[in-house]
Design a protein around this ligand. Structure first.
Ligand SMILES: NC(=O)c1ccc[n+]([C@@H]2O[C@H](COP(=O)([O-])OP(=O)(O)OC[C@H]3O[C@@H](n4cnc5c(N)ncnc54)[C@H](O)[C@@H]3O)[C@@H](O)[C@H]2O)c1
Length: 284
């Protein structure tokens, strides 16, 4: 029978990059409330302190570390600070990522933009993983690595081909590294969110009030994601609940990928012709 403590992170240590805002903050708070000591590895000092403060106020253990994961030296300092405070980590969550508001036809994109998108979406995933791995391997006690990509690693996104490409790279990296580290008991998985209300993505502000009543019809589960939705998936992947899960991605998307272009019309029928608002045209 599954042990009822399988979902706990009691006695574990986790690092969450970008842990001061949005999805990363949600994961940091959830990990702490389930028993982990959490390193909030965050570029913004105020956000790092705020998240760590909430954790400590709730009786948890947290270490805020101000770090830009795009800076190799800073990541090395992050590893030292983490090891000094808590020792080698059990879980690394590579959460930082951003489309940098670069949305334009690929033909107009520049190599500088490709470089920036690479740095913020994929290079640091390899860098932080390589920086924390020796400690994880050294103690010989397994561990988990969780990479946050995007649903757009699995579905196309117009005008963001480069962002999508580097997030697809996370999928490949996750699979291959999982194979390599399986014999060490280190599990590597990813989470691919659809639109989630955060600092970076704010559908509550972007969608006019007059259209908000349409939100329930856009995805099967009828709402956008929250940082807590991502935290639940991360908790599953970091804990023994997922002891036999590695090399895969959770599509955290309210069913959007499965729907693949099918929408519910206000009369409850389904259509793959978004302009058709009823009558079942396009398949009900
Ligand atoms: N929110 C969404 O709808 C959505 C959808 C798909 C994928 N994602 C992915 O989820 C992850 C988190 O996104 P979010 O929306 O929560 O972001 P966010 O912008 O709301 O929060 C990111 C946090 O990371 C910090 N940060 C940014 N760059 C950093 C750096 N170089 N070093 C250290 N910290 C840094 C920021 O200060 C901020 O606190 C990203 O990888 C993003 O691509 C988000």
């Amino acid at each position: 029978m599954l042990d009822r403590t399988a979902g706990t992170l009691e006695g574990k240590t986790a690092v969450v990059t970008g842990g001061g805002g949005g999805i990363g903050r949600g994961i940091a708070l959830a990990f702490a409330s389930h028993g982990a000591s959490v390193v909030v590895a965050e570029r913004d000092a105020d956000r790092a302190a705020e998240t760590a403060g909430v954790i400590e106020k709730n009786g948890g253990r947290a270490l805020p570390v101000v770090v830009d994961v795009q800076d190799r030296d800073a990541v090395e300092r992050l590893v030292s600070a983490t090891h000094d405070e808590f020792g080698p980590v059990d879980s690394l969550v590579n959460n930082v990522g951003d489309y940098l508001r670069i949305s334009k036809p690929f033909v107009e994109s520049t190599e500088d933009e490709w470089e920036a998108l690479y740095d913020i979406n994929f290079r640091h995933v390899m860098r932080c993983t390589q920086a924390f791995l020796p400690g994880m391997l050294g103690r010989g006690n397994g561990g988990t690595i969780i990479n946050i990509s995007t649903i757009e690693a699995f579905r196309g996104i117009p005008n963001c081909a480069v962002y999508s490409a580097f997030n697809s790279a996370i999928t490949g990296f996750t699979k291959s590294l999982a194979i390599e580290l399986g014999p060490e008991g280190i599990r590597v998985n990813a989470i691919a969110p659809e639109t989630t209300e955060t600092l970076q993505v704010q559908p509550s502000r972007w969608i006019p009030d007059a259209l908000k009543d349409r939100i329930p019809f856009w995805t099967p589960l009828g709402r956008f994601g929250t940082p807590d939705d991502a935290a639940g998936c991360a908790l599953f992947l970091a804990s023994d609940l997922s002891a036999w899960v590695t090399g895969t991605t959770i599509h955290l998307d309210g069913g959007a990928l499965a729907a693949g272009g099918f929408y519910r019309a206000p009369d409850g029928s389904w259509t793959n012709l978004p302009v058709v608002t009823g009558g079942g045209v396009g398949g009900t």
